[in-house]
Structures are given as structure tokens and as C-alpha cells.
Design a protein around this ligand. Structure first.
Ligand code: SF4
Length: 328
């Protein structure tokens, strides 16, 4: 509305544009036939649609589709569509590249390029919905980038995903995932939006976490866990901890014991992710028995936990593999 006001157009035009974009999947002003031709031309120049171009697409044998998108300036980001019987989940990117360099994640290998704008984040959802000819039911900010490092754009995008005049996706079906940027968690706790919080924990003690995730040197585990407990207390919402299972490192009985100490007895849930081998890194995938043993130890202690089924690993779309094959 503000941008339309700035070019002397009536506020009701915003509703027409939103309706066309979010309900009828318009991807350019030319698709919005409720606007006059001269107005379409004026808007295209003064309030341009975000440019998103499909650079490549890979389809997994399990139905997962990985899109590589390029934006106006040629920067790229990946988006993964994960359909199941009950859900159509989209894993979206919030930055082109990532500066956090987690030790098992291919997304950080190429370094940081830039933040994605709110429109570029939403364009990923719009594009995929149009391509798959259906609605995305769940959105996770778990693609390339650290969402809380691009806080304003990510929150604005989450609001539009949730808004009735936007994508109208239930807030509980939208998840923002952070590698542990504590100020972002604190700020997010005060937002009036019921979007889910997920934290990439991946290691149960300071030394191991600093080794795997450099962010731990800036925001140590103790500080992170305090922020997460405060978040749960303040919002009465559960915090999901993503935990990667690496053979002989994070997937050991000792590590399970430490993880129980961190997550037992409060609104926490653990999502176990068996490590996907990425050839640049020295880590190994755990055995089925080790995974099961780890999960049972947590469950015996009453920790709520789930085991993530790997999706799209044949096209490097599984967790931590993004940008591994395509790169830049
Ligand atoms: S896990 Fe997330 S924060 Fe860490 S390097 Fe990968 S994209 Fe960045």
C-alpha cells in the first residue's frame, strides 16, 4: 500500500494485486488482467516483481524436487519441494550462500553472497506452487542461509506466508530454523506470530559444538539453551532441536546422555537426522543399530524425539547437502 501510495495509486489496488499473486499465481503484472494495460506498464517499471528464474531442477526417485533459482543479480539459492501423502512441504532459502560455516553443511562451502529480499523468499513459494499446480501446506526456513541473520526479510516473509490475504498457511505449519543466533531467538520470542522455532543443536557439549558449528564460539551452548528455555516459557511453544547423528562423534551413548540433560523435562523436542555423506567432510553416517540405540536412550528418559526420514539424497537435496552438487 505504501509503495502504491508513493506512485499515486489507490490503496485498493494492493488487494487486487495480492489476490492475483497469492490466489491466482500471477508472476507478472501482465497476468493481472483486472488492472488496465497502462497501469500494468507503470507498475512493472516502478514496483517491479522480484525476478526469479529456474536455473535447474532435479527430481528424486522419492518425488522430492530440488530447484536452483537465480535472482536479478545472478545470485542463486536452492529450494526443495518435499511431497508426502499428507503434506506438501517446501524448504526455502533465506540467503544466497551462508557465512556460518557449519562443519558438516555443504551450503556454507561457497561462502556468503547476500541476504534474499522478502520478495525473493516468497517468490520461491509462488514459483513452486505454480509449477506443481498445488498449494504448499508447510514451509520450513531450512534451505541455504541463516534466517535470523536476515531477520527483517524473513519475518516479513513469514507474516505474508501466514496472512489470509497472502498464502494463508497456518503459523504452526511454518518453521524458522536457526543455527543458534541467540539475539534472533530472543527477538523472535517477542513477535506476535505463532511460527515454530527449530534450533540446529547437532552437538551436546560446548567443545563438540564449537568444533562442528563455529557459531558456538559466539553464542555458546549454555547461552543458547537459556534463550531456548526462555522462549518456551515466554511463548508456551515447543522448541525443536535438530540433532545430526554422525558415527563415533555425535551418535554415541555418551552424547545421548548429554543430550538428555539438555532437553529433558521442558517443552523441547529432538529431531534426529542421520548424517548424509558429503565428500568434502570427514564424517561418516551412523549404522541403523547406532541410530536406533541413540533414539531409544532418549525415549527411555522421556525425551520426545523423532527420526527424520532422509528425502532426496540421490539428488543432494537432503539436509546439509544443498549446493553441494551444483555449487556456483
Ligand atoms: S547449517 Fe545452516 S547456518 Fe550452518 S552453514 Fe549450513 S546453511 Fe549455514
Amino acid at each position: 500500500v505504501q509503495r502504491l501510495g508513493a506512485i499515486s495509486e489507490k490503496p485498493y489496488r494492493a488487494a487486487q494485486i495480492l489476490e492475483a499473486v497469492y490466489k491466482k499465481y500471477a508472476v507478472s503484472y501482465n497476468d493481472i488482467t483486472t488492472l488496465s494495460k497502462p497501469l500494468r506498464g507503470k507498475l512493472a517499471v516502478q514496483v517491479p516483481f522480484p525476478v526469479i528464474r529456474e536455473a535447474s531442477r532435479q527430481i528424486s526417485s522419492d518425488g522430492t524436487i530440488k530447484f536452483l533459482f537465480s535472482f536479478q543479480d545472478g545470485e542463486t539459492a536452492e529450494t526443495v519441494f518435499i511431497p508426502t501423502e499428507k503434506r506438501a512441504t517446501l524448504c526455502i532459502s533465506s540467503q544466497a550462500g551462508c557465512k556460518f560455516g557449519c562443519g558438516f553443511c555443504a551450503s556454507g562451502l561457497g561462502g556468503f553472497k547476500r541476504h534474499l529480499l522478502c520478495g525473493e523468499i516468497l517468490a520461491q513459494v509462488l514459483y513452486v506452487q505454480k509449477e506443481v499446480k498445488g498449494r504448499v501446506s508447510h514451509v520450513v526456513f531450512m534451505g541455504v542461509g541463516e534466517p535470523f541473520d536476515n531477520y527483517e526479510n524473513v519475518l516479513a516473509a513469514a507474516r505474508m506466508l501466514n496472512a489470509p490475504e497472502g498464502f494463508h498457511i497456518a503459523a504452526r505449519h511454518i518453521t524458522i530454523s536457526t543455527c543458534g543466533v541467540v539475539p534472533g531467538i530472543e527477538r523472535f520470542a517477542a513477535e506476535k506470530i505463532q511460527v515454530e522455532l527449530s534450533v540446529s543443536l547437532h552437538a551436546p557439549d560446548e567443545a563438540m559444538r564449537s568444533r562442528l558449528m563455529p557459531v558456538n564460539r559466539r553464542f555458546p551452548l549454555t547461552m543458547l539453551m537459556r534463550a531456548c528455555r526462555d522462549f518456551a516459557q515466554k511463548t508456551n511453544r515447543q522448541v525443536t532441536f535438530e540433532y545430526i547423528l554422525i558415527r563415533d562423534l555425535t551418535c554415541t551413548p555418551m552424547a545421548a546422555k548429554e543430550l538428555v540433560k539438555l532437553t529433558k523435562g521442558w517443552l523441547a523436542k529432538v529431531n534426529l537426522i542421520p548424517y548424509n555423506v558429503v565428500k568434502e567432510f570427514p564424517y561418516l553416517a551412523p549404522s541403523k543399530e547406532d541410530i536406533q540405540g541413540f533414539k531409544s536412550m532418549l525415549e527411555r528418559e522421556g525425551v520426545i524425539c523423532t527420526l527424520r526420514t532422509p528425502r532426496g539424497s540421490d539428488i543432494a537435496a537432503a539436509c546439509g547437502q544443498l549446493r553441494h552438487v551444483k555449487g556456483k
